[in-house]
Design a protein around this ligand. Structure first.
Ligand code: ZN
Ligand code: ZN
Length: 75
């Protein structure tokens, strides 16, 4: 599965491949090259910076906590 995350540095979208069995703790922005790291308390950049969820959360049918961006797969 692929997800689009919005880089907090340059504000552009970058496409990442989400792992099947876990979270994606960091990703590199294709535009500015910044290493995007998950925003605490989440440990997942997909749940932090995309409008969707990572694959583990999606498979479990978990919903995103929009105000905190916590990755429920991390818990
Ligand atoms: Zn960027
Ligand atoms: Zn996640």
């Amino acid at each position: 599965m692929k997800a689009k995350i919005t880089c907090p540095e340059c504000g552009k979208e970058t496409e990442v491949q989400t792992p099947k069995n876990g979270c994606l703790p960091f990703a590199k922005c294709a535009n500015c090259g910044k290493l995007i790291q998950a925003e605490p308390p989440s440990c997942c950049v997909v749940c932090s910076y995309s409008d969707g969820k990572c694959e583990v959360s999606a498979v479990k049918g978990l919903t995103k906590v929009s105000d905190k961006n916590i990755c429920e797969a991390c818990e």
